[in-house]
Every structure is written in C-alpha cells, then in structure tokens.
Design a protein around this ligand. Structure first.
Ligand code: C2O
Ligand code: CU
Ligand code: CU
Length: 481
C-alpha cells in the first residue's frame, strides 16, 4: 500500500510521516529521510530542434523510480521525472508522438504555447486510449514569444492524478532575446517543481474526496524529481533559473538567500526589464524565470515558504488548503576567487501597454465551490461539459474579463492558447508585470485581465489549475470563431 494513498482523518491531507504536511497552515519541512537528499543537480534530458523541426516520441508509463535506498511508484514520460525538455524556436514544427502505456486514457497539452487548439495541434479533446499512440503536430508562429512553457496530460477526470504521478516536462522557446550576452553567459537551470505522494504502488494516485476538494498535495517537494539537488558555480557568474510549477495544487512562494534575485520572465516570456524580487509566488501552472548573480563564496539556496491558499466550507470546516511544506529546492555551492559579475540586461523587450488597447467586449466569470459533493466546482454556476460551448469569442478582438472568486480558497485561472495581461486585482498583490496564461484569483477577490484573441480560431478551455478542481468540473469551453 502506498504511504501517500492513505487519507488522514477527516481533513484528508496525506502525510503519514511525522515530518509531512501539517494541517494548521504552519510550515512543515521536507522530510529529510527517504529521498535522494542533496544529489547533484542534473538537468532533465533535452531534445532540441534543428532546421525548424523537432520530432520526438514520448512514452507515458507507470514505472518505479529511485527513491532513497529503494524506489517509489511514479508515472513517467520516457522513464524520467520530468520528461525531456523540448527546446524549440519560433516558426518551428514540433512533431510529437505520444504512446500511452498507462492503464487509463491520456493526451497531451502544451501549456502556454500560442498555437492552434484544433486538429492534431494543442487539442485537449483528443483522447489516447491505453495501448494507443497519437501524433501531434505543433506549428509555432514566427513571432511566438521566447520563454518557459511546459507539457502535461489533459484528459478530464484524471489530470491531477497523472500530473502528480509525474507526467510533466518543460518546453523552452528560444529566440534572439536569448542571444543577449547576459543570457548566453548565464548558467541556465531548468527547475520543474512537483510534490508527489510517495509509495510503492498505484494507490499513491488515489486520494480522498476531501483531498480532491482541497486540491491534493504530496509528501515531499521535488526539483526535477530530486530532493534539494546541489549544483556548483563560480563567483562572478549569473544563474538563470527557469522554474515550472508542475504540482497539481501546491503553491510555491520562492525566495533565495543570494544577494539579489531578479525576475526576467513570467508565463508568457520576458518582462520589459528585470525586476528585483525578494520573493515570488508561483501558482500551479505558472512559470517564472529569475536571474541570480553570484557575488560571494558560500552557498546560495532557493527555497519555498508555506502558503495559505484558503479553505473549504463554513469557518474552514473542511480544513485548510495550505501548501504547508516549506523546503529548499536547490542549493548552489559557489566557489572561486572573487570577481565582478557582469550586468543584467537593462531592458528585455517592449511590452504593449494593454491599458491603451480598445476593449471589444467585457465578460465576467465567477469561480465557485458549491455544496459539499463531487462535481461542485463550477464556473458561472456550471460544471464542465465538453459538449457545451460556454464562451464564444470573435477572432481578432480584445476582451476584458473580470474573474471573481466567490469561494473560500484560491483558484489559479488558466486560459489556453490566447495570452493575457492582468489589468487590476483586488487582492493587494503586485500588478503582474508581464504576459500571463495563468493568474491566481485569491479567495473572495477578483482579477481583471485583457485577452488578445489573435492568430488562431478553434475550441479550447479555461479552467482552475488546481487540477483536482479542474477534474471536478471547474472548466469551461471557449470557441473562437
Ligand atoms: Cu496546464 Cu489546461 O492546462
Ligand atoms: Cu494550458
Ligand atoms: Cu480551484
């Protein structure tokens, strides 16, 4: 029986070992036993396009992966956690064959890519049965932004289980912005963050109804499948961390003990200029890129703090939904004689001022968790139905959406295909500096976004990226015509 498959008490947050998550919202720490603590940082495998093309096969399968002195049950692409990093350029054609060796249906979504949602492209209505294979063909437009994106399964009903099982990988889009000497000389590290439940059989994927409603969180926090990996670097160099929140529900509040950390990109690529960030919140589905100049010898650590993301029911009667595990995610040993660090780029790219754009249409979306049963997670009062179109948009328009969270826990709202900017928010968080595809809507608050519906028509979805909530129905269908 899997350790993580056991529901603990009525509140149902998994975690049997004493150092596991606590239910009171106070931080707990990553278990220091059982995992491969302090392994050498090793980047995910990588495949890179050449001459405008990349062809890759991913095999999704259940596997035992190394864990401490033993092994643990996981779902993997090509045997690894995460799956291989796909490195492409604007204008590229990515031909990806997914073979399903799982015992449940699956499919693939390229989260954040601005590509067609139709046909063999980023079409989440495709279903690949166990034993079957399917070939996707993704064509990136010539002006696709560079940045950090990711891929994961999207078969409604099993998304949380498959992703928390381990099915995720990074996609890096590079363009001429990456030729800036400050980027070329930086030490790039891909950091795919996840928090699986640890155990030795498929029961790690089964969680209680309460855990689903709160959004499942795991027993440990991993970086590229490792517990607190260690890297080495020289003084005078700059680290570029491409960070993906691939957890089903866990929020990360990232900070570093380095002299400074500068955000250079969010979900949809580079910001206008680097921003000094003491800490940065990364909700499920979101990405962030930060640069960290290494100015003194010693260690530099990237860590995440506990995040209170609300609760369920009257007076939190269903328990809190805290992302309770505080953990070190990466340690860099910095050595060598002291040298000056090259400057960060002064500016990165011009960002359109969306406030000056003409809004063609306004809409509101209400996120709600109604009642106590399954299927109670709704957008505008409706639970997901793949056969119903909820929102029809005219192509080549700009819409302003007000997304209001009427429930008692946070929901990260995600829209496929068409990027947006955050115009305003009532939760007091800093206005988002760049283009996004996922925005956290705090409990009881609202966020106003402007979405640019350019380039692609077709049918796609928007949903809560707490993937249990998506599986429970907090998803709608959008058709751009
Ligand atoms: Cu990363 Cu529809 O999701
Ligand atoms: Cu997506
Ligand atoms: Cu949600």
């Amino acid at each position: 029986m899997g350790i993580g498959g056991v529901a603990v008490g009525a509140f149902g947050i998994a975690g049997c070992n004493s150092s596991g998550p606590r239910r009171d919202g106070a931080p707990s720490t990553n278990p220091s036993s059982g995992g491969d603590v302090g392994q050498d940082y090793s980047p995910p495998e990588e495949v890179r396009s050449a001459d405008g093309r990349l062809e890759v096969t991913l095999v999704a399968a259940a596997t035992m992966v190394p864990w401490g002195s033993g092994s643990r049950y996981a779902l993997t692409y090509n045997g690894g956690i995460p799956g291989p990093t796909l490195r492409v350029r604007p204008g590229d054609t990515l031909t990806l064959t997914l073979r399903n060796d799982l015992d449940t249906p699956t499919n693939l979504h390229t989260h954040g890519l601005h590509i067609s949602p139709s046909g063999r492209s980023d079409n989440v209505f495709v279903m690949i049965e166990p034993g079957a294979a399917y070939t996707y063909e993704y064509v990136l437009p010539e002006d696709h932004p560079s940045g950090t994106f990711w891929y994961h399964p999207h078969h409604h009903g099993v998304v949380a289980a498959q992703i928390s099982g381990g099915l995720a990988g990074a996609i890096v889009v590079e363009d001429e912005l990456d030729d800036d000497p400050a980027f070329r000389s930086a030490t790039e590290r891909i950091l795919v963050l996840s928090d699986p439940q640890v155990g030795t059989d498929a029961s790690v994927l089964d969680v209680s109804a309460a855990q689903q409603m709160l959004g499942r969180e795991g027993d440990v926090v991993l970086t590229n499948g490792q517990v607190r990996p260690r890297g080495v670097a020289k003084i005078g160099t700059t680290e570029l961390w491409r960070i993906v929140n691939a957890s089903a529900s866990k929020y990360y509040l990232l900070s570093s003990d380095a002299a400074s950390m500068h955000q250079v990109a969010s979900d949809q690529g580079r910001l206008a200029a680097p921003i000094h960030v003491p800490q940065v919140l990364v909700a499920p589905g979101q990405r962030v890129e930060v640069m960290v100049p290494l100015v003194v010898a010693g260690t530099v650590t990237l860590s995440t703090a506990a995040v209170d993301r609300g609760g369920m029911g009257m007076g939190g009667g269903m328990g809190g939904a805290s992302s309770a595990i505080a953990a070190d995610l990466l340690v860099i040993d910095v050595t060598g004689p002291a040298t000056a660090v090259g400057p960060l780029p002064a500016s990165l790219r011009a960002l359109d001022d969306l406030a000056a754009f003409t809004v063609d249409r306004r809409r509101s979306f209400t996120l709600g968790a109604m009642g106590m049963g399954r299927g109670a997670f709704v957008i505008n009062g409706k639970s997901f139905d793949g056969a119903r179109v909820d929102t029809t948009v005219a192509i080549d328009t700009i819409e302003e959406w007000t997304i209001t969270n009427e429930s008692m826990m946070d929901h990260p709202f995600h829209l496929h295909v068409w990027p947006f900017r955050v115009v305003s928010r009532t939760d007091g968080a800093d206005p988002d500096p760049g283009w996004r595809d996922t925005v956290n809507v705090a409990a009881g608050h609202s966020v106003v976004i402007r979405v640019v519906f350019h380039d692609f028509d077709g049918t796609a979805v928007y949903h809560c990226h707490i993937l249990d909530h998506e599986d429970l129905g907090m998803m709608g269908v959008i058709s751009v015509v």
